[in-house]
Design a protein around this ligand. Structure first.
Ligand code: UDP
Length: 333
């Protein structure tokens, strides 16, 4: 039987590379499109010799949608994009170009395949802003910063393409994904990279606020599993929230990874809790999280040396890195 072909944009990134692992395991032929701005070769090094993996080193914003690699594709998973809050406040245009216009290029390309069965957009739960919890898919939209807005605009573009051109789109709004390969370089963000490097360096964990705030952390292989199921499901034109459905606090995280704490001021615009209502995704895709928070965090501790080359953040450097955040978000109340 001929192998099914999947494109994974951002396939060298954190979540994208875990999906590539899964797709190759399921005997798909995979075409990764990545410009290696956030993605890393190392994330795909397991498959170096696998002829089923093709890596296309391109920036999605430079595509015209007419490229040959869009032909004969069965599935497209679109992860490529720019993350992080602070730089999105500083350079909103970059975010709109990559996350909106870049998405448009992939949508244009998707029309080249006559075999396309599903287009899955990796959306962000940040579209809900400071949301009521548990948050379901009908919750009002209220992006708090340009990153959130750009991801939401990209998502709407995908659903519009479904409506007009019949592209079989679903989008998945990811809450807090964590696990091996979570981003370690570049700008300040994602609590896991920050804390694991602090642990490696025997420095105290920089806790924002009281540490009682909770996030709906979901282990990355469970995220990849949901994307895979969403692709092969019969459902089209849907939006799904994806989290563990079980928030855990920052203090709980520290209890597992163990160490001293220091405290930083609470950041404006940050929710005290995120909590996905996962009723819809569980029902439609027959999906449920398999990796508990304790187990997931322990897995990360086992490969803690991954964060050797991550930047080490402390109170002073974090204050500097979040200056823009405080300036603009405070102004907005
Ligand atoms: N956080 C923290 N210390 C840090 C970085 C983050 O206590 O040095 C907290 C942050 O306040 C938030 C949680 O960790 O409650 C998750 O933050 P992250 O930036 O990873 O995700 P997001 O806030 O976007 O959900």
């Amino acid at each position: 039987m001929k192998k099914k072909i999947a494109i994974v944009t951002g396939g060298a990134g954190f979540i994208g590379s875990h999906l590539v692992d899964l797709l190759l395991k399921k005997k798909f032929a995979v075409r990764v499109i990545d410009n290696f701005s956030g993605g890393r070769k190392k994330n795909l090094s397991l498959h170096k010799k696998n002829p089923d993996l093709k890596i296309i080193n391109k920036d999605i914003t430079n595509l015209n949608g007419n490229e040959k690699f869009f032909e004969n594709v069965d599935y497209i998973f679109h992860f490529a994009g720019k993350g992080d809050i602070v730089p999105s406040i500083e350079n909103p245009e970059d975010y709109l170009t990559t996350n909106v216009s870049g998405t448009l290029k992939i949508l244009i390309g998707s029309r080249k395949s006559t075999k396309l069965k599903k287009f899955i957009y990796a959306a962000s739960s940040s579209c809900y802003g400071l949301a009521k919890t548990p948050t379901n898919e009908n919750h009002p939209i209220n992006p708090e910063y340009p990153y959130a807005l750009s991801k939401y605009m990209g998502e709407m573009l995908c659903h519009h393409w479904q409506k007009i051109y019949n592209i079989p789109v679903n989008s998945i709004r990811i809450f807090n994904a964590y696990g091996p390969r979570v981003k370690t370089t570049g700008v300040y963000g994602a609590v896991f990279g920050v804390f694991l490097k602090q642990k490696l360096s025997n420095k105290p964990f920089t806790v924002v606020g009281t540490g009682k705030q909770k996030r709906d952390f979901l282990y990355v292989t469970d995220v990849a599993d949901a994307f895979y199921r969403c692709a092969i499901s019969k459902y089209v034109g849907h939006i799904y929230n994806l989290g563990a459905g079980k928030p855990n606090s920052i203090n709980k995280l520290i209890k597992i990874i163990k160490g001293n704490k220091i405290y930083l001021p609470k950041r404006p615009g940050e929710p005290d809790i995120t909590h996905a209502d996962i009723t819809k995704i569980s029902k439609h895709l027959n999906w449920k999280p398999k990796v508990s928070f304790e187990k997931g965090v322990k897995n990360m501790l086992e490969c803690i040396s991954e964060w050797d080359d991550a930047p080490l953040w402390d109170k002073k450097t974090i204050k500097l890195a979040t200056k823009t955040w405080f300036k603009y978000m405070n102004k907005n109340g």
